[in-house]
Design a protein around this ligand. Structure first.
Ligand SMILES: NC(=O)c1ccc[n+]([C@@H]2O[C@H](COP(=O)([O-])OP(=O)(O)OC[C@H]3O[C@@H](n4cnc5c(N)ncnc54)[C@H](O)[C@@H]3O)[C@@H](O)[C@H]2O)c1
Length: 434
């Protein structure tokens, strides 16, 4: 196998994947249509929190760019002409009505198709509705290239399963599933994936099975999170501590209840069920085939509003109240604010009249929230301190001290159980948890 490939889309998946291959003696080219993204890659100034065996992403990037194992461009026509393997990692955004925007994937395939040659291999690794690879991807590539899939070029699908912040480890150690439009596509893709992945690769009987498996892997987590959040509501109703309730349930060896939170963040889990729904033709089919997934998704999407309402009740209304968020990322220890329920919660509070400030030294908060305070001045200013996620670089002991010093003037909303085992705070009236 030639150790040369190109990656289309250099986001949270594509860029670390490119570096993983580059570190494994591949000659990697990357293309991303966002010139700012290419600029920050070229200047090794990414805000991404990935490391490669403890070496930070920007250091690895600097090395790979300097030794030529990675080249990046915002133009497809600048990709080297002798590359025969292409991996697609562009996303499919959805809106609040769960409508899928296929335009990025379509345009990536149309641009890539113009470069395709006989004998090339395309592996799609984006998360897609069932039927997308054999439908949209294949037909767009064929139309743009004038070639025939399965005869002139090969096409495979393998879902991406990494979690942000763990990409390098998981590209190498997370088992993979792959499907191809024919046996040759399947074998070639398995070889390319296996060049960096050390685990056995599951060769599926069809591409559609792999597409469906990816969505159900994530959608079942969506359902499980809805279960945890609803357990928390029930526990609150009876004054039972949620964390202890879940810990008690999980002592059963066949039970694994997740931890509750203020909602579900990121692309992967919140988008999985809408991709499942988008694989079907209408709402009646969704209601008939996937009612649990529909109701879990609705509940999870509404969770930030539910939490805002609970906070409002606890604070005697939100109008004019000062609320300090410590952490705004889409999940614990992330630098990413994409589809962040913390942002949704902050917006719901602001809409109800609260003045919201955000402290997060890792993830960048949307501009609408004030940010100029530090923890000390923030805790003096605030009527409520919110811990929506756990975040790195936060001195939680200091937060605790400041809230205790505020002697009941400040309410601490601890939505991730940061102080769950802290006897000093658990029984305090100013301490609220899920
Ligand atoms: N982020 C994760 O942890 C994760 C994990 C598993 C699977 N996935 C899936 O992987 C895919 C990529 O996710 P991501 O988080 O990297 O998304 P992302 O938004 O961070 O990256 C996508 C990149 O593609 C670029 N792009 C858009 N249109 C393009 C085009 N026509 N040509 C070239 N580049 C184009 C964008 O500029 C962007 O940089 C998605 O399908 C996602 O669901 C993501």
């Amino acid at each position: 196998m030639e150790r040369k490939l190109a990656i289309v889309g250099l986001g949270y998946v594509g860029l670390p994947l490119a570096l993983t291959y580059a570190l494994d003696a591949f000659q990697v080219s990357g293309v991303d249509i966002d010139p700012r993204r290419i600029e920050s890659i070229k200047s090794s100034s990414l805000g991404m929190r990935e490391d490669f065996d403890s070496v930070p992403v920007n250091d690895v990037l600097r090395t790979c760019l300097a030794n030529g194992s990675l080249n990046v461009t915002s133009r497809f026509d600048e990709l080297p002409k002798d590359v025969a393997t292409f991996i697609i990692t562009v996303g499919i955004p959805i809106d609040h009505a769960w409508t899928l925007d296929m335009s990025m994937l379509t345009s990536a395939c149309a641009e890539l198709g113009k470069l395709l040659k006989k004998g090339d291999l395309v592996i799609c690794r984006s998360t897609v509705p069932v039927g997308t690879t054999r439908g949209l991807v294949l037909s767009t590539l064929e139309r743009a290239s004038g070639l025939v899939a399965g005869t002139d070029f090969d096409l495979a699908y393998s879902s991406e399963r990494i979690a942000e912040g763990h990409a390098y480890d998981e590209f190498r150690n997370m088992p993979l599933v792959v499907g191809g439009i024919n046996g040759r596509s399947l074998d070639r893709a398995t070889q390319v994936l296996g060049a960096v992945n050390r685990e056995p690769i599951f060769k599926a009987s069809s591409i559609e099975l792999v597409e469906a498996a990816k969505m159900f892997e994530n959608a079942q987590r969506d359902v499980n999170i809805a279960i945890a959040d609803q357990m928390a509501r029930f526990a609150n109703y009876f004054g039972i501590p949620t964390w202890e309730l879940i810990e008690a349930c999980n002592t059963h060896s066949r039970v694994k209840i997740l931890m509750p939170g203020i909602g579900v963040g990121g692309h992967c889990i919140p988008y999985a069920s809408p991709y499942l729904f988008g694989s079907l033709t209408n709402q009646a089919e969704c209601a008939e085939l996937l009612p649990t997934f529909v109701s879990a998704r609705r509940a999870n999407a509404a969770q930030p509003d539910y939490i805002a309402e609970r906070m409002s009740r606890r604070m005697g209304g939100l109008e004019g109240k000062h609320v300090l968020f410590i952490g705004i990322a889409m999940k614990d220890y992330s630098d990413d604010v994409t589809v962040s329920p913390a942002v949704d919660l902050a917006r719901a509070l602001a809409k109800a009249g609260a003045d919201v400030h955000v402290l997060d030294s890792v993830a960048e908060a949307p501009r609408e929230f004030g940010r100029e305070m530090d923890i000390d001045t923030g805790c003096l200013w605030a009527d409520a301190v919110v811990l929506p996620i756990r975040q790195g670089n936060v001195d939680y002991e200091r937060v605790k001290k400041l809230v205790i010093a505020a002697a009941g003037r400040v309410i601490l909303f601890d939505f991730r159980g940061v102080f769950e085992h802290d006897a000093d705070v658990l029984q305090q009236l100013w301490y609220v948890r899920l």
